[in-house]
Structure formats: structure tokens, C-alpha cells
Design a protein around this ligand. Structure first.
Ligand code: RUB
Length: 329
């Protein structure tokens, strides 16, 4: 199956990181699915649903770590399959797909707005904050607090190898927030100045561990040592249902050339380069997770997942997961 040009451009943008950050990745993938549903010329329900499922599989392969992506795709496909099983017509199923996609997309906006409002209450006048990489949820919190008149400053790590910290620094400085850009390696050096660490999330696991940009766990370790609180901002669609049954979140490993060019590497001799893009911060190193439903300790992750899935036992989840995979085949 060939994707409509606009949808395959979105997939390529995600793969090449022109579109990045867990929220935008999910939102864009769901938008691509919406385009496929709108443009499909399938003449029957089976072909239509197979086209959507095939596009879903293609989009799922673009980036492996952001759990928001499969969750967004599931959000649409579940509704499509439910409509199909309920005997709906082709046009009703198409409308269901388009509407579900729009609902998810709208939700990505309302969720970070809400996270901004909830998280802003945790920032006090005079705070020194530290963040890593580039998270729209974190920026939403800082922007909301700043617009409410809270005065604070922010250390931003540059976030090697792709320097997303510069995007964050620019966004915050653009609002007027005092920003200091620091080396990733300097977090422990500066940690004694910091009141709170605030980071985003690519995934939250059932036990409350946080998957985020490589270096987050080191930063959390330094914060733990210095008794500095660590907050993670994560919409509930970043919580991973698979981790309820012991699956691990896949950590994306990107091209070594992001770390060092082959031209610079050659003179070093037989040197291997590794470039994992994310790491896992254990729940013990996270104080609170800020979601659009409220603030909770990491161990509350299970409640969010139970709420999302409407399932409690691992057996039920296993059944859910098998069904989901079948639905996408
Ligand atoms: C981005 C990153 C962000 C999370 C959360 O990594 O790790 O902290 O995705 O972002 P990459 P948001 O640049 O490799 O995609 O809050 O915008 O969803």
C-alpha cells in the first residue's frame, strides 16, 4: 500500500526528526492516519480498515521510544474496529476514524495546557530550575508560571548530540525568562544552585519509571544526591500499557554519525560508537509526575494505566494486547 504523499511526508518528518518530541510525534502520526482515512478510495470496509492498519504499522516504525505514538494510533484504531464490529457503514467508519484522530489531536493541546496550569503551581518566586532536552510540556509549565508573574530562572542543558536544549533555551528566552545554557556534563557542577529539576517524558512505565532523553537519569541521580526534587511532565497518553505485562520500552539507538562524523572517527582507529537516544530513570529518583489529570507520585502510574485501559489483571491486559495486535494486522 502506498501512503498519500502528505502522510508519507509526515512519516519521513518523524523519522528524520524534523518533527520531534513525544507529543508532536504522536500528534503528527495521528494526523497522517486521519489523512489516510480521508483520502482512501477503498470501496469496501475490509479494504478501508486494512489500509488504515497498514498505515498504522508504517507510522509505528518511524520512532520506537515515544509511547505516545502507539497510544495515539491505538486510540484511533480501537474506535475504527469498534465501529466495524458494530456493523457501521464504510462512510460511518471513515467518519469515526477522522473524528477519533481529531479528538486525539485536540487532546494533545488541552493536555499540555492543563499540565501548564497544574505544574505552574509548583514553581515559586526565586526558584532556579533545571531542564534537559526540549519538552513542550515543560515549556508549557514554565510559560504559564512566568505569565502568571512568578519570577524564576532556568538552567538548560545543551543536550548532545542534537542540541535540542538550544531550542528550549531560545523558547524560554523569547518569553523573557532568564536562561543559562550549560554543558550536559555540567549538571552536577550546577546542581547545588538548583531548586527543582523539570523534564518531559517519552514514556512512563507501569512502575513509574521515566523514559526520556539520554542523560535524564544522570541528571536525576545528581539531583537525588543533592536533595533536589525532580518533576516529570507527562500527558497520560505517554503511559505505556505494555509495561503492565512486563514488556520493556524500546530504547532508540540512532546513527553514530550524530556523535562523531566518519571523517573525524577514522583517525581514532578501531573505535566503536554507540548512540542511545533515551534512558530510563527509576521511580526512586522522581518525586512527582505532572499529568493533565493532576500531580501524582511515580507509583500512581498503575492507576493511570488501569484508568486508561479499563483493565486490572495482567490476563485481561494480555488479552487486550493480543487483540490490539490482531486488529492492526
Ligand atoms: C525529546 C524528548 C522530550 C520528550 C517530551 O526527544 O526527550 O523530553 O519527548 O517532549 P527527541 P514533549 O528530540 O529525540 O524527540 O513534552 O514535547 O512531548
Amino acid at each position: 500500500m502506498t501512503l498519500p504523499a502528505q502522510a508519507s511526508r509526515i512519516a519521513e518528518d518523524i523519522r528524520s526528526m524534523r518533527v520531534r518530541g513525544a507529543r508532536l510525534i504522536a500528534r503528527s502520526a495521528v494526523e497522517a492516519l486521519q489523512i489516510v482515512a480521508r483520502n482512501s478510495s477503498a470501496g469496501d470496509i475490509t479494504t478501508f480498515v486494512a489500509e488504515l492498519a497498514s498505515a498504522a504499522r508504517f507510522l509505528l516504525q518511524t520512532r520506537p521510544t515515544a509511547v505516545s505514538l502507539p497510544n495515539g494510533i491505538r486510540f484511533v484504531m480501537h474506535r475504527v474496529n469498534r465501529a466495524k464490529e458494530g456493523g457501521a457503514s464504510l462512510e460511518t467508519i471513515r467518519a469515526t476514524a477522522v473524528k477519533a484522530a481529531q479528538e486525539f489531536i485536540d487532546n494533545t493541546d488541552t493536555a499540555i495546557q492543563r499540565i501548564g496550569e497544574i505544574g505552574a503551581r509548583r514553581i515559586r518566586d526565586g526558584d532556579v530550575l533545571l531542564t534537559h532536552c526540549n519538552s513542550s510540556a515543560v515549556i508549557s509549565i514554565m510559560k504559564t508560571a512566568w505569565n502568571q508573574g512568578t519570577k524564576f530562572e532556568v538552567y538548560v542543558t545543551e543536550t548532545r548530540p542534537r542540541f535540542q536544549g538550544r531550542i528550549t533555551a531560545k523558547a524560554l528566552a523569547g518569553i523573557g525568562i532568564p536562561v543559562t545554557l550549560i554543558l550536559d556534563d555540567a549538571v552536577r557542577y550546577f546542581m547545588h544552585d538548583v531548586d527543582k529539576v523539570l523534564v518531559g517524558a517519552d514514556a512512563v512505565t507501569a512502575n513509574g519509571a521515566l523514559v526520556n532523553k539520554i542523560g535524564t537519569s544522570l541528571l536525576a541521580l545528581a539531583a537525588h544526591e543533592a536533595n533536589v526534587r525532580v518533576f516529570a511532565a507527562a500527558e497520560t497518553y505517554k503511559f505505556s500499557p505494555e509495561t503492565m505485562i512486563g514488556e520493556l520500552v524500546t530504547i532508540e539507538e540512532r546513527d553514530p554519525s550524530e556523535v562523531i562524523s566518519s571523517h573525524e572517527l577514522r583517525p581514532l582507529g578501531a573505535v566503536k560508537v554507540r548512540n542511545p537516544s533515551f534512558d530510563v530513570t527509576p521511580p526512586e529518583f522522581i518525586d512527582l509526575i505532572i499529568t493533565e489529570q493532576g500531580i501524582m507520585p511515580p507509583l500512581g502510574a498503575m492507576l493511570i494505566l488501569e484508568d486508561i485501559l479499563g483493565v486490572i489483571t495482567p490476563e485481561e491486559l494480555q488479552e487486550y494486547q493480543t487483540k490490539t495486535l490482531q486488529e492492526q494486522d
